[in-house]
Design a protein around this ligand. Structure first.
Ligand code: ASP
Length: 402
């Protein structure tokens, strides 16, 4: 889909005026849990726990532990895509509204449930944040098992990335660099896909998983889960956990463990969390900005949209750059009103996988479990520029084979 500057400006204005409150905006029932869509399968258990009087943070942690334990979710915990050296490094944080406490860990290796380690930092130390080796040693002292987090499948995708990107990696220049230029022509992309499809076979990726592996090399995925929970007493908490940006520089920490960026909860106002381009979210202190916006009277949706526009402003509305980033905010106000907002409508389709784009969603449980599309600032889908080339059928056939 093409997107002209004129359309962009029009959409941005529409975004700012989109105040015909959808269902998401209305003050909801309590108790309620909201989370990123990968938490959907775990919402029933979290909600039952919350309804039966469980603590709000523990309810949220129950939800995010699901993807952390799931080896097939390559964005969180076990099976997360590794850093550029093939090592899985995890980040997480949590905030407990009723006691106004916070805990966080960054760059943790070998420990799967880092959200629970963040809670242990909150409960068992006088600190808020531990990182790296110290955080790992603390976790082991708290009886968290050390384990290998790199699954065979994630290792093979990393290997493919490593072999393919011998000269092109995260050493910059980054999007924020004034010298940065959008990569490649359509022909170049076609060549890249052709090379990669040969390489998937040689590193031993199963045919049915090759298409998605190629996509993960060409467009390093982000992926995270945030969850906020509110109970009948009006207590509210939140947490966020992630393996961060795939193939990141070792030691890179994103927004997820940063209190105020990846998650922020204020017992007086509400809770918010983020998934998406962590570097951009840190620069606008996303979750904190949203909560403060709500404190000043904005609805959850308005609070989120205002924060997204700060990201846009950081790039002077340059769509050649904004197209490559995305951000989704999950917002829960203390009265139960909530919103899921995102920079773009979702992820763009690819020629060899699902031809339909994947919309961003917020998963919700307030007695009824559901996943709702987010309200997007821009029409269209992230990472679709440069456009995928027309790939010859003979190249696509093995990628489509399931
Ligand atoms: N925000 C995470 C990070 O930058 C990644 C994500 O949410 O997908 O580490």
């Amino acid at each position: 889909m093409s997107f002209s500057r004129r359309e962009f400006i029009g959409t941005a204005v529409v975004g700012s005026l989109a105040v015909n409150l959808p269902a998401q905006q209305a003050a909801g029932k309590r108790p309620i849990i909201v989370c990123a869509n990968n938490g959907y399968p775990y919402l029933d258990a979290g909600f039952e726990f919350l309804k039966s009087g469980g603590d709000t943070l523990d309810a949220a942690l129950r939800v995010v532990k699901g993807p952390e334990d799931d080896a097939n979710d390559d964005s969180v915990g076990l099976g997360g895509l590794p850093n550029e050296e093939g090592v899985v490094e995890l980040d997480a944080c949590c905030m407990h509204g009723p006691t106004r406490r916070a805990g966080s860990v960054g760059g943790v290796r070998n420990i799967k449930n880092v959200s629970l380690v963040a809670k242990a930092v909150m409960q068992h130390t006088g600190h808020v944040m531990l990182v790296g080796e110290g955080a790992e040693r603390f976790a082991v002292a708290q009886s968290f098992p050390r384990e290998n987090l790199l699954t065979e499948h994630s290792r093979k995708i990393w290997l493919l990335w490593k072999e393919y990107h011998s000269t092109d990696d995260w050493w910059g220049p980054g999007l924020a660099d004034p010298q940065w230029k959008p990569p490649g022509s359509a022909e170049l992309w076609e060549k890249r896909i052709s090379t990669l499809s040969e390489m998937t076979a040689s590193v031993g990726i199963e045919p049915q998983r090759r298409g998605s592996a190629i996509r993960k090399v060409l467009f390093p995925p982000t992926g995270t889960i945030h969850c906020s929970a509110l109970n009948e007493k009006g207590e509210i908490s939140g947490c966020t956990t992630t393996s961060g940006l795939a193939y990141k520089l070792p030691g890179r920490v994103g927004d997820s463990p940063i209190i105020g960026a990846g998650c922020y909860t204020d017992q007086e106002v509400g809770s918010a969390g983020a998934t998406g381009s962590g570097e951009e979210n840190i620069k606008v202190a996303g979750a904190h900005t949203i909560v403060e916006n709500m404190r000043r009277g904005m609805s959850p949706q308005e609070a989120g949209m205002d924060t997204l526009k700060r990201i846009v402003r950081n790039y002077n509305n340059d769509m050649n750059k904004l197209r490559f980033m995305d951000m989704t905010y999950y917002i829960l106000r203390k009265d139960g009103a909530y919103a899921g907002v995102s920079l773009w409508e979702g992820y763009s389709p690819s020629p060899w996988e699902d031809p339909q784009p994947t919309p961003h969603r917020i998963a919700v449980h307030d007695g009824t479990r559901r996943a709702e599309k987010t309200v997007a600032l821009f029409k269209g889908y992230s990472q679709e520029f440069p456009p995928f080339p027309r790939v010859p059928e003979e190249l696509l056939a093995p990628l489509k084979a399931r």
